[in-house]
Design a binder for this molecule. Structure first.
Ligand code: ATP
Ligand code: MG
Length: 512
């Protein structure tokens, strides 16, 4: 593979001495960055290092305090998002900016619809031309086949992302920024995205790619740029970096990116799920969870894995089947039932589902375990702060402190607060959706440590994850789902990412 070329020599973008503070907090301290034509630049760093802030400055979302930006040799004054677009800078955010009720064509042409003939706005839109142009970008440029006639809400996330990319390609963006584009994608969709990135690069477009998946950075990027505490501490061709070198630059010390399986003795039966079904969503799901055991549920988007654990938690109903906890049959109809049975759930969409956005870090950390903070009916302020400070330290959460508003934290640091909340919760069964999404290497290790602690306390953990490697390395048993059914059950000594991939798409025949 020639994935690791160093790109052309013509400089498209130069950022020099970029500084940015939020109040007294200095987030970028004189950052330089050079992007060339046809280059994929990997921008990495711990949660809160300043990656998103740097690109938000480039996109006109935040003003910079100091420094210069040059695009194609000319000094650029990027006052707002429209100015960035005019200069050919486009961003693919994780929260996509598309309109779900419109189809792909309408989204690609949103605000720049083509009219028939002369006469501008008074002419009907030329649907045929737009459709053909959209097809051309999607098929010829991006080599993607997408149903362009249905409302976008009906397409899987990965395809929506492709539509967003097609939109930037159509707008002739020369600098395409992707801030954690793969965080919510399943493995095959990531591959599709990578092939689109290669296509874009080969056509001379330049890409800034931000990810916490260091293996992806090594695979897809030409150069690596490492931010630490708002300083660019290392950069160079990807071939000069090993995984260990990247990590030690990121965290400022040497740390292994290994996540050994949490060890615990498997004990008595905690939960037995029998033939759980929900019409059209999942069917006949059965498994057992023991004390000290961690079970992974994997499968492609839409396979039903998230719905299964949400049903067990009572936040989505199931129609048929049974859930027994410690031998007792229980009807879990709502979240309250589940919590009473000492089940805890951490949703994957933490920002929309889990965080109290108007509250501070302390509130968001302790809200599920208030009994630990109360005496009689009063919450003891001091305890709240002590607990919160402990978690800030433990997960290296970057924040001004327990009283900082949660919205002042970077994406990954908000995730850490949500994780603190479940680590603090007292439950017997933990249902975790994408527990390490968006968090850096340090925090990942801490999450696995917390899981290990639970297991040793005879608790059970069910993880739904799109991180095949994570699941393969830490779970005792992995259920692979396909089209709403379990297509394979893999024991820890048998599970490999290849097998997960295989059974995610096929459930018959032998695997050689
Ligand atoms: N609007 C804001 N107000 C105050 N502080 C902010 C604001 N936006 C970001 N910060 C702070 O700036 C720092 C850098 O945040 P940024 O979002 O750039 O990090 P990041 O490198 O993208 O991290 P992550 O990997 O978690 O996404 C963080 O410590 C964050 O708390
Ligand atoms: Mg970020």
């Amino acid at each position: 593979m020639t994935d690791q070329k160093t790109g052309g020599n013509d400089i498209v973008l130069e950022m020099r001495g970029i500084c940015k503070s939020f109040g007294p907090v200095s987030v970028l301290r004189g950052v330089d960055l050079t992007l060339r034509r046809g280059q994929v630049l990997g921008l990495i760093g711990e949660n809160g290092a300043g990656k998103s802030t740097l690109i938000k400055i480039l996109c006109g979302i935040y003003p910079k305090d100091a420094g210069t930006i040059t695009i194609d040799g000319a000094q650029a004054d990027i006052k707002d998002a429209a100015a960035a677009q005019r200069l050919g800078v486009s961003t693919i955010y994780q929260e996509l900016s598309l309109i779900p009720d419109l189809n792909a064509v309408q989204n690609i042409f949103l605000n720049r619809e083509k009219a028939k003939g002369r006469g501008g706005l008074f002419n009907p839109l030329d649907a045929k031309t737009m459709r053909e142009a959209a097809q051309k970008v999607l098929q010829d440029e991006l080599k993607m086949s997408i149903n362009i006639d249905v409302a976008l809400r009906r397409l899987p996330l990965a395809q929506k992302q492709m539509v967003e990319i097609a939109r930037t390609v159509y707008a002739d963006a020369k600098i395409i920024i992707m801030d954690e584009p793969t965080a919510a994608l399943e493995a095959p969709e990531r591959e599709q995205l990578f092939s689109v990135i290669r296509t874009l690069r080969d056509k001379g477009r330049s890409i800034i790619f931000i990810s916490h998946h260091l293996d992806e950075i090594l695979r897809i990027c030409d150069t690596v740029h490492i931010l630490r505490d708002g300083n660019m501490v290392a950069e160079g061709p990807v071939s000069q970096f090993s995984m260990d070198a990247i990590i030690s630059n990121m965290v400022g010390k040497s740390l292994k990116a290994q996540y050994p399986k949490p060890k615990a003795e498997i004990g008595g039966l905690l939960m037995k799920v029998t033939a759980l079904s929900k019409a059209g969503i999942f069917k006949n799901i059965s498994f057992e969870l023991h004390e000290g055991e961690v079970i992974g549920i994997v499968g492609l988007e839409g396979c039903g894995k998230n719905e299964v654990i949400r049903s067990i938690f009572g936040s989505a109903a199931y129609d048929d089947g049974a859930i027994e906890i410690r031998g007792e049959n229980c009807m879990i109809k709502n979240v309250k039932n589940a919590m009473k049975r000492r089940i805890a759930f951490v949703p994957g969409e933490r920002k929309t589902e889990g965080l109290f956005l108007l509250q501070d870090v302390a509130w968001n950390t302790t809200i599920a375990a208030l009994e630990k903070l109360t005496r009689g009916n009063t919450i003891i302020n001091k305890k709240e702060l002590i607990y919160t400070d402990q978690f800030i330290e433990r997960l290296h959460t970057r924040t001004k402190g327990p009283r900082d508003l949660i919205t002042n934290l970077s994406g990954g640091n908000q995730q850490k607060v949500m994780l603190s909340r479940w680590i603090m919760t007292d439950a017997d069964i933990f249902l975790l959706e994408e527990p390490t999404r968006g968090i850096d290497v340090n925090a990942k290790a801490e999450v696995y440590r917390a899981i290990g602690e639970y297991l040793r306390q005879k608790k059970g953990v069910v993880i739904v994850s799109s991180e095949e490697e994570e699941v393969a390395s830490i779970c005792d048993k992995v259920l692979v789902m396909r089209n709403g059914e379990i297509s394979a059950v893999l024991d820890s000594d048998m599970v490999t990412t290849e097998k997960i991939k295989y059974y995610s798409v096929k459930n018959e025949g032998a695997l050689s």
